[in-house]
Ligand binder design. Structure first.
Ligand SMILES: C[S@@+](CC[C@H](N)C(=O)[O-])C[C@H]1O[C@@H](n2cnc3c(N)ncnc32)[C@H](O)[C@@H]1O
Length: 305
């Protein structure tokens, strides 16, 4: 079932787009609200140096420029500017645009050999109105329980197109609203959803802390964030392999192998309820965090130019 989703606190049926158009005007949404200091600048993009800066292949850069032209007037994507997270985000989108046709097959192999099966676990932790960050091709969508309303946001239009096809095939019990957008600047008002879910997305987000702060902002107080992510392995041998492979995979696949999710979740203000390490050499982190309404630590100021 597909269709627009209503905000967590309201029974009114309103489209996400209508909410988005109001919510992306952060000058209206954020002043006076908690986490105000995390808000992107009202005029558009909060440009900060990307942790990924400058390590991408030329063909990805070329695609990123094309994507920037395509998304240029889309207010939900952090796409303006020539450096910082804007440029890094465009490169990530360009990578997934190109690899969308192969994504499901590659992910199936990775889950069979390395990661394990954790999607059912993730979606069973949540109920009500749920935001899925980086919904991709919608591999989680058929697993949500009936009655759950899912807002799926992803940077890559080809990935979202595949999620839409999946949602349209009738095998999905949840109500689904899928949108192209950047989870580092979510097109949703504060406290909009009951919970957030993300699987294997934060490893590719240029600024995962910013995305975690945005998730904290849009999840209602007391709501959950369920994260399945890969990170640093337990064994020294595998950790060394990850250290060697990491620069290559960042360059070729926008993929960070060694990001530990706990520090960016905690810095963003999430209260960690449980952490389980699983998968090959413990590379998979299954985390449940709570929106405890405590303020995030202030963002580090950008280094002076
Ligand atoms: C490895 S895929 C995971 C997809 C899906 N969550 C899954 O479990 O199969 C990573 C996804 O994150 C999306 N993504 C990366 N950075 C993003 C951002 N800043 N905003 C929205 N989506 C993003 C990519 O477009 C891609 O679809």
């Amino acid at each position: 079932m597909t269709g627009p989703i209503v905000p967590a606190q309201s029974g009114r049926r309103r489209g996400l787009l209508a909410r988005a158009q109001r919510a992306v005007d952060h000058s209206r949404v954020l002043p006076g609200r908690r986490h105000r200091r995390c808000a992107p600048e009202p005029s558009g993009v909060q440009e900060r140096p990307s942790p990924d800066g400058g390590v991408v292949a030329d063909d990805v850069d070329r695609d990123a420029r094309a994507l920037a032209r395509r998304l240029g007037d889309q207010p939900t994507a952090v796409t303006s500017g020539t450096g910082g997270i804007g440029a890094a985000t465009r490169r990530v989108a360009a990578y997934f645009d190109r690899h969308a046709p192969r994504y499901d097959r590659q992910m199936q192999t990775a889950e069979r050999l390395l990661l394990g099966a954790h999607r059912d676990w993730a979606v069973r932790q949540v109920e009500g109105q749920v935001l899925e960050l980086g919904v991709g091709t919608g591999l989680n969508l058929p697993r949500y329980a009936p009655g759950v309303q899912v807002i799926g946001v992803d940077l890559s239009e080809p990935m979202v197109e595949r999620a839409r096809s999946r949602a349209a095939d009738g095998a999905i019990a949840a109500q689904v609203d899928l949108r192209v957008g950047d989870v580092q600047r979510l097109p949703l008002a504060d406290d909009f959803v009951d919970a957030a879910v993300s699987t294997y997305t934060f490893c590719s987000i240029p600024d995962p802390e910013l995305a975690a702060r945005e998730a904290l902002r849009v999840v209602r107080p007391g709501g959950r964030f369920v994260l399945v992510e890969h990170g640093t392995a337990r064994g020294r041998l595998v950790r060394t392999a990850q250290r060697l492979l990491d620069p290559l995979l960042v360059r070729l696949q926008a993929e960070h192998l060694r990001r530990d999710p706990l520090p960016y979740l905690q810095r963003a203000g999430w209260q960690i309820e449980s952490v389980e390490r699983t998968g090959f050499a413990g590379i998979v982190y299954k985390i449940v965090a709570r929106q405890g309404q405590q303020d995030a630590q202030p963002l580090a100021p950008p280094p002076s130019a």
